[in-house]
Structure formats: C-alpha cells, structure tokens
Design a protein around this ligand. Structure first.
Ligand code: ASP
Length: 442
C-alpha cells in the first residue's frame, strides 16, 4: 500500500487555527499516515519562534538559575494552542513535566528539542494518532553524525502495524544516551529518515511557500515556480543559497529514490515542486531549471609557465590550503594557470597573507594575484547539456547587460555553468540570466 510521510514546518504549526488546517490536509488523503512536525514558528513578522524562546530559556536557566521566567512564554504559547484546539487532555500537566525535565537535564539540546516534543504531543491528540518519541527511534553516532541504519530500523519497527503516527522532528538520542538535536531546520532531516524507514511512496514537505522558485524573489519579482527538479539540480541550487529544505535532508531519501514533494499548507491545491531522482526526472520543457548564487568570494589566481608539466603542482597548492583549514569551492584551471575560489569569510586578512606566502614558497609561481568581492552565479538544468547554444545565450545575455565575467566554470556534470562576476553586478546578472531563459520577469 502507498504510504506518504508528511513533515509540517514551523509556520504550519504556528497556532491552533493553522493546525486545524493541517488536520484537514492529512484527513483528505488516507495515505498520509506518518507525520513529522517542527516546533511552532512565527505567527506574524516580529513574533518569536518557539525554538528561539527555548534557546533563550536555556541561557537564562544557566546564567541566572531561573527557569520560570523563560519557560513562562513557552507555557503561554502552548496553552493557547491547546485551548484553540479544544484539547481534552490536561496539557498543563505535560508542560509541568517538561519544565521539570528541562531543569534536571540542564542541556541546551534537550531544552531546544522540547518545541517539537510538545507540538507532536498536541498534533497526535488532534489527529487521534500514536505519538512516537524521536528519542526512542532516531540515533546519532559517536562523531555526532546520524546513525542512519540504526534509526531506519528503529523507526520501521516502531511504525510497523501503526495506522497513523506523529513524531517530533529535529532531535534524537546521541551516543551518550542524551537527547541531541540536528542543526537548525533539522526536522526536514527527521522527515526524510521516517520516509526512508517506511519506504514511503513520497516524502511530502509542507511549508509556507508553493515550492522552489527559479530564482531569488528578492531579485526578480514573482519568478516561476519549479514544478520538477532532480536531486542533483536541487543540490546545486541549494548549495548556491536557494533555501526551502535543509540541505542534508535529501540524503536519506535520495539513496532509495523516494521523491520529495514540496507543498504549501496555506495553498494546498498548488502543485508545488516535485524533487525526483535523475532517472525519473521529467524535464519541464525549460532548458534551465533555476538560477542561484552567492556573494563574497575571494579568488587566488596563480600563473606559472609549464605548470601543466610540473608533477604535483596543484597538490602542493591544495596542501597549503588544507593545512590552513581553508575549503576551496572551485578550481578552474588552464595550461599555465589555476584559480582558487574561496569563501571570503575563511580568509581574513592575516590568514590570506599567510596563505599567499606559503603558496609562493611551495610552488614559486610567476604571478599570484588576489581578486576580492566576487559573486558566483550558477545556472542549473539537465536540459543544458543537450541543447546547442545554451552557453552562447547565457554569455550574450550577460554581455548585453554590460557585465564583465571574471571567470567561467562548467561543472563536469554538465548540469551547471558557474560564472563569477563582481559583487556589485550580482543582482543585475541574475536578472539578465533569468530574463534570457524564462522570459521577462513579471
Ligand atoms: N525548530 C527547529 C528550528 O527552528 C527545527 C526545525 O524547525 O526544523 O530550527
């Protein structure tokens, strides 16, 4: 039988009224059996997310030895939600127990995890579903990474024969037996783990937007929504800053080819975005799927005659960077040249000077130059490799906008072309590319 795992984000849990909407969404499809929830998010701009209140509560408890004040706001919010939903059970008892355990554990991760815990308890009651604590089924390894195999087994076992269940996202149990959280936004990962564990037909990720947009709406007004996207394209675009899903969340489901459907709780009839394994991917007809980028890179340009003949040249340069703990994002190269593209935040002045000195000593380049304030823009799409003239269109569009391209890097997957431009040209360049491949911005 088909099973859907649905994860609802913080804005879908913000108040009782919205949780009732979520209930209608779940009730409208009998395949929506397993639900993962985030902690209640903001109700309006300027409101504070429950998770942020919990971090604050922990801080106050540690510095002032007082929990009452910090927990008071959390109690207020959940009491209101319970009232809005007419919960039959006495939720104040659950809140009392929770506060007492926060005091006992004295752990930041434990405190932060209680937003999801309390929310899942409420949603389970509203849906008349079984509550399964993530603490009992999601596990981390000694090094802090997810223990996938152990978690998939435990989740599958706990859900075996269960018709409807609700699990809190964002946390599990660490190797030391204590509650441990993922990084922020990690409920997306929890949802993916549950989807993988029960071999779901689809992992529905319900949020407050109708899917991925083809480009940043702060740059192009009302860009098109991407209907279909492959995991690979998504990886490229999210790495470049397109943010809807936690970037780690695709790994559990990608391995077993479970599609992810991004849906909007506030517009449930909107199609959203379907994320598919590459072999099942149906192109939308567009050559380009999306455009995304990031500002603030530093390029170290190195030139040396006959670099290509010098065995180990690149390795020596990269050794310097690895010894300095600096990650390199891209390495476009020519016969006698190579460029290292690095996130500027990793190279404060002193460190940059030291890196340059060490590279000079290691490989004695003819020229070494630094170009700062560089933005990278990736144009991504499976359609690009098979369609003649795509790069010509891309570069012409950028030239027509009077933008100087500092560097070009075509990913070896032929899935993307990355151009580097000045930070100041970033927005203009994204607009020019969007207009070329998607028509005029509306
Ligand atoms: N509530 C957590 C956060 O605010 C996790 C999540 O929303 O996925 O980061």
């Amino acid at each position: 039988m088909s099973v859907k795992v649905c994860k609802f984000g913080g804005t879908s849990m913000a108040d009782g009224n919205i949780i009732s909407k979520v209930k209608r969404i779940i009730d409208s499809d009998s395949e929506r059996k397993f639900i993962v929830v985030s902690a209640p998010g903001k109700r309006y701009s300027g409101d504070v997310k429950i998770t942020d209140l919990l971090y604050h509560c922990h801080e106050q408890m540690m510095s002032e030895g007082d929990i009452e004040q910090g927990f008071g706001k959390i109690r207020e919010r959940f009491t209101l939600i319970a009232k809005e939903l007419n919960l039959k059970s006495d939720f104040s008892a659950v809140l009392d127990e929770t506060m007492a355990r926060i005091e006992r554990e004295q752990s930041e991760d434990f405190t932060a995890s209680r937003g999801e815990y309390l929310c899942a308890r409420i949603v389970a009651e509203v849906l008349d579903a079984k509550f399964i604590d993530a603490e009992d089924v999601i596990f981390f390894k000694e090094n802090g990474s997810l223990d996938g195999e152990k978690s998939y087994r435990a989740v599958a076992e706990a859900l075996n024969g269960v018709t409807r269940a609700v699990l809190p996202g964002f946390y599990g149990t660490g190797a030391d037996g204590k509650v441990k959280t993922f990084s922020r936004g990690g409920s997306d990962i929890s949802g993916a783990i549950v989807a993988r564990a029960v071999s779901a037909t689809v992992y529905e990720n319900w949020t407050d937007v109708s899917g991925f947009l083809a480009c940043d709406p702060r740059i192009v007004e009302c860009p098109k929504t991407i209907k279909n996207i492959s995991y690979k394209e998504l990886r490229e675009l999210s790495y470049m800053g397109a943010n809807v899903l936690h970037s780690e969340s695709i790994f559990p489901v990608r391995k077993v080819n479970i599609p992810i459907q991004i849906k909007n709780t506030f517009r449930p009839d909107d199609e959203g975005t379907l994320i598919l394994p590459t072999f099942r991917y149906v192109p939308s007809g567009n050559i380009v799927t999306g455009v995304a980028g990031k500002k603030n890179f530093t390029v170290i340009f190195i030139e040396k005659s006959h670099m290509n003949e010098e065995v180990g040249f690149m390795a020596e340069v990269l050794d310097v960077l690895s010894e300095e703990g600096v990650a390199v994002e891209h390495i476009p190269s020519g016969i006698d040249t190579m460029s290292l593209v690095i996130d500027s935040a990793l190279l404060p002045d002193l460190k940059l000077n030291r890196v340059l000195e060490r590279i000079k000593q290691a490989v004695a380049p003819d020229i070494i130059r630094v170009i700062e304030n560089i933005a990278l823009i990736a144009t991504v799409g499976h359609g690009m490799s098979s369609s003649v003239g795509t790069s010509a269109r891309l570069f012409n569009a950028i030239a027509a906008a009077d933008i100087n391209i500092k560097m070009i890097d075509q990913g070896s997957s032929e899935l993307n072309i990355i151009v580097a431009v000045k930070n100041d040209d970033y927005e203009k360049c994204i607009k020019a590319i969007y207009c070329e491949f998607f028509g005029k911005a509306s």
